[in-house]
Design a protein around this ligand. Sequence first.
Ligand code: ADP
Length: 406
Amino acid sequence: MKKGDQVINTRAAKILIIDDERDVVELLALTLQKKGYETIQAFDGPEAWEKTQSETPDLIILDLMLPDLDGWEICRMIRGNERKRIRETAILILSARAQHEDRIHGLELGADDYLTKPFSLTELMIRVDKILRKKQAICGLYEEVDQLRCKMQEQEVGLRKVIHDLKTPLLSMGASAKLLMRQSNREESLNFLKSIYENSLNLTRWLEELLLFSDSPFEGMMSEMREIEMPTLVKRTVDLLRASGRDKEIDIELRADSNLPPVFCNERWMQRALENLLSNALKYTPEGGKIEVGVSLSAEGESVEIAVKDNGIGIFAQDLSRIFEPFQRGLNASGEKGIGLGLSLVKEVVELHAGKIDVQSQPQKGSTFSIVLPIRKGSGEKGGEKVVKNFTKNLHSLNKMITEEN
Ligand code: ADP
């Protein structure tokens, strides 16, 4: 046995032997008992079904040609049963029906194995042992998954508490900065206070979004889907960030095709995604740079494309494939603050809308991020569940990060 192999005790397993030939049942019972298994017996269909339910055996050895209720039907009833314990009973079919089609049919109905009569006792024992080992290993895995799920839920509760605790001091910082802004007339202090105020607002909003996502991300997002005029939304986002652009003397140019059809989307989250792309462009473009934002119809007329192009630091080729993953940053990004979550959020939002995101970039020359969103109404519903799963995963990574930092 290899190091780390699980030692599974299958000897205490309970086995129900179902066959209308008494000799077969007795022989099997004796052999199995000698090996340490507990056995129960049934000689017709109804008795077999009754014992399957009352005794909940780990494995049944099932003959097919039974009086009143045949083995195929029992197999079907077990696999379709509402009780998990019964549904997961291991089944070894032991039958005189040796046709290839019978075997296939048995396995298709959910039997774990199929052995034909006449049979070798040694082979049957090996198969029984194998099935039970597999079953126990699977049960062990289920238990581990349950334990992990509980642990993750506990961690999520912890994370929600941390978020709540962080929100209060942040809000009070923002409020104090606002108060001081009213009293100060020195331009330098005003700029610092403005930055404290805006950052505390941003962080509070971000924390609120995390809370929103951990409540019921998918439902919240889907209920707010409607038809949105993209040029209007993009313009609003650009206007929001224009002031930050001016601070760095970066010009933001916006070009939008006229008469674009609306896109079915969640306005709030799409704006958040666009804000992330645009603030990245501002962050990773040195003073005096240029950003161009374009909104246009795709060549086939089936989607709207939004492109954010900058002439900033660019991204190394080896970083391009991973920057959309949570907590991944480019090798040349260390000069700017960030934790590597922005683009993963953009990707999640875009995928929720059944859209695609792409990046073209050259170091020292600049980057172009493009989002392509399908126009068809309702197409954004595809992939929603995946997004929820991914976001929950990100939330857990974030939770892990916070816990590790503590
Ligand atoms: P963050 O900016 O917090 O690091 P993001 O997820 O928004 O996280 O971005 C991931 C990485 O992608 C960044 O660290 C950076 O390396 C790269 N990146 C994103 N946008 C740009 C851009 N416009 N120009 C250059 N690099 C970028």
